[in-house]
Design a protein. Structure first.
Length: 727
């Protein structure tokens, strides 16, 4: 195939212009503002050298994207999710979604050789890689960066030697990602036998790299983080950032000191803007554009006439080609353990033109199982055929891992409780992706349980799951808003589930389990005639159930869009004593919608019906507590029949930037109506409790934190402070 001419090939009568884009994290978004001014002034760029975020912006521009397209990309990325480095919740498998319901801490700890294992970086970069891969697909067949629409170099650092690594060929996406690998934040990138990290450590302003590309002058955009004054060096983080800035600044100053009189230096006045302030796109682009505009007289001297610039822009599009036909699929060396999964997912794409949306859906299917650090692909050529080379890297902390959950509650009236939970997951115990899961919990509820999830085949959806558990928990009994008694319920159960999962959004499950145990009065007078339930009760049941589950929520703590529904029928057959059999139906539904990016309304409905009345506290439905009739104390109502509706509004008032310490903050309110009834015929609108609440919520690394107050139409009021799930 004849090589396409470089779009940036300079006309003989003008100087060749190199563009140098420094690193600086989010501050590098200012580069896009500079590019917009260069295009407006008709200044052609013949070569680009970039470091870190400068490599990302520069690489995208070198691939033929316009500044407007790059800006749209920066605005479209959910940086909070990208820097948490998990698939969006709606892309997780149903099992991973269900795991999030109880295990709130979002950072799993791996277990290798019986010891805890931490990742090489907080972020593997999967989300960002997928975005970059899709954007650069039109130049995926280009192996030399000199043949890109604009010749390009990315600068990275060899983690073993500390040497500067200039990347000028191979895969463009991995080159940009390697240059962005800030140590301790992004995991290193293995490329060409080297482990690469952020190029800013070795050369944050790669003027020398641009000059080596044969340019006559350079336009340098330096967005590096400035040194902070003494009064700001008041924390470990500030001191660490200052040390890194000092190291990077030394080489940068050397490079800038060798600028020639006709070179142009643009330094956007970004002040102390954080390297992680990715949510402030408008300001960063504006500052970059304003800084470039101040240099417009010198930049305009490099401009060409509109006709020449139109030819230049047309040439930048020439090397961008439609996706090729895929003739084969190969597995990257080191990914052989996932070869079966990869072949199943991608084999039907052979012989067809590459569809990035279809590839994205298949990547989501496999990556959403949660067992991989990264799942990436690139287009490769063998003889005259093109194919996909798929790289699937297993968890650096796994495949076995531990997750934690924590729940703390306080009603400011002396009633507080806590639960702490731990889950140990042994993944891939079968060739089809089986899991052995063990849970332990202490606190108000004590639990030890284990289950073995056994898929029939990896992507069929069918599974069988034996399980066994031993649990003790407190159940309060209130009359009005005063606690009259408390029961301790101990249960031992074992059973078998059979089900089928539908993609990552739904499941139907049926099963049978045997349950036996007792309830014992621990607080209260056993002779109190107001107690509905006996002070000591032995039970033994055999239960059959069918459950339908549906889940497309984007977030389980503060959902912004999607729905979640659960419908279950249970048939309880007593095998101890003469208690009657019972049948129950229960359902939950939640839907969320967001507008204007920060405003969310959520509708939630719950209900249940016991078809046969039994005197068993465990079979009663509880209500009361935050968002469960917020003006009432928790579990202040019990009944065999219940119903409740909730309408919530919450607004995000804190942006929540990348990382685990900068969290989204919400201010919200709810309207609730519901009740419990002893007979279904008593259910009427005129005997519903009408409640409302106001709350402040934080979506933290440890789980959602709420500070709220609830009000009841009967004059009751309650206050809440807790860490844990609400709806």
């Amino acid at each position: 195939m004849a090589q396409q001419p470089s779009a940036a090939a300079a006309a003989p009568h003008r100087l060749r212009i190199g563009l140098v884009l420094s690193g600086g994290g989010a501050r590098g978004m200012a580069h896009v503002g500079v590019l917009k001014v260069l295009e407006k002034l008709h200044v052609p760029i013949d070569a680009i050298a970039g470091t870190s975020m400068g490599a990302v912006v520069g690489g995208l521009y070198a691939s033929g994207l316009s500044p407007e397209q790059i800006e749209a990309t920066l605005r479209s990325i959910n940086w909070q999710e990208a820097f948490r480095d998990r698939p969006p919740r709606e892309d997780l498998t149903l099992r991973r979604k269900q795991e999030d319901e109880n295990f709130l801490v979002k950072f799993p700890i791996g277990i290798k050789g019986g010891r805890p294992a931490l990742p090489m970086g907080l972020i593997e970069g999967q989300s960002l890689m997928e975005v970059l891969r899709r954007l650069t697909l039109p130049v995926a067949r280009t192996t030399s960066f000199d043949d890109l629409p604009t010749p390009f170099r990315a600068v990275a650092t060899d983690l073993e030697t500390g040497q500067e690594v200039v990347i000028g060929s191979g895969d463009l996406t991995s080159a940009m990602r390697a240059s962005l690998s800030a140590p301790g934040v992004f995991a290193p990138v293995e490329r060409g036998g080297r482990m690469l990290i952020d190029g800013g450590i070795s050369d944050n302003v790669p003027v020398d790299v641009a000059r080596a590309m044969g340019v006559d002058l350079v336009i340098v955009v330096d967005v590096g983080f400035p040194l902070q004054p003494r009064n700001r060096l008041n924390s470990v983080t500030a001191i660490s950032n200052q040390m890194l800035a000092i190291l990077m600044r030394r080489k940068s100053q050397q490079e800038l000191a060798h600028l020639k009189p006709h070179d142009i230096l643009i330094t956007p006045p970004l002040g102390d803007t954080s390297s992680f302030d990715f949510g402030n796109v408008n300001r960063l682009l504006g500052v970059g554009a304003a800084a470039a505009w101040k240099m417009r007289d010198r930049l305009a001297a490099l401009a060409v006439d509109p006709q020449q610039y139109a030819v230049y822009q047309e040439g930048r599009q020439a090397p961008r080609l439609p996706p090729p036909r895929i003739d084969f699929v190969k597995v990257q060396t080191g990914s052989e353990g996932n070869s079966q999964s990869i072949e199943k997912l991608f084999k039907d794409m052979v012989g067809k033109r590459l569809d990035p949306d279809a590839v994205g859906r298949r990547i989501t299917t496999l990556y959403g199982e949660g067992g991989l650090d990264t799942l990436d692909y690139r287009v490769v050529r063998h003889d005259d055929e093109y194919g996909l080379l798929v790289d699937a890297r297993g968890n650096s902390i796994g495949p076995n891992y531990v997750r934690f959950g924590l729940s703390l509650q306080d009603d400011f009236e002396g009633d507080s409780s806590y639960d702490a939970a731990m889950r140990y997951v042994m993944s891939d115990i079968t060739r089809t992706g089986g899991e052995w899961v063990t849970d332990a919990k202490i606190g108000q509820t004590e639990l030890l349980s284990t289950e073995v999830f056994l898929p029939f085949s990896q992507f069929s959806g069918w599974f069988v799951m034996p399980h066994i558990s031993d649990q003790s928990s407190n159940l309060p009994f209130l009359q009005g808003q005063s606690e009259r008694a408390q029961y301790r319920v101990h249960t031992f159960d074992y059973g078998l589930d059979l089900g089928k999962q539908f993609g990552n959004w739904g499941e139907i499950r049926t099963g049978i389990y045997r349950e036996e145990g007792h309830s014992r009065l621990t607080i209260g007078d056993p002779n109190d005639p107001r107690l509905v339930f006996p002070p000591f009760q032995i039970f033994g049941n055999r239960t059959y159930f069918v459950r339908l589950a549906y889940d497309t929520l984007d977030d389980v703590n503060f959902p912004h869009f999607g729905e979640q529904a659960d419908l279950q029928w249970s048939a309880v057959r007593n095998v101890v004593g003469g208690a009657p059999n019972s049948n129950q139906v229960a359902f939950d539904f939640l839907a969320a919608h967001t507008w204007g990016e920060r405003n969310t309304v959520a509708l939630s409905l719950s209900g249940g019906d016991t078809l046969n009345r039994v005197t068993d506290l465990r079979m009663e439905f509880p209500l009361g507590g935050f968002l469960d009739l917020s003006g009432l104390r928790q579990y202040s109502l019990y009944g065999p029949h219940f119903g409740i509706g909730r309408l919530l509004f919450y607004r995000q008032i804190g942006r929540g930037g990348p990382g685990y310490l900068d969290v989204p903050v919400y201010l919200g309110a709810s309207l609730e109506a519901g009740n419990v009834w002893q007979n279904m015929s008593d259910a009427r609108f005129d005997n519903l409790h009408k409640d409302a609440s106001l709350f402040l919520g934080l979506d933290t690394f440890l789980g959602p934190v709420y500070l709220g107050s609830g009000f009841d139409d009967h004059g009751n009021q309650a206050f809440y402070l807790f860490l844990g799930r609400t709806f």
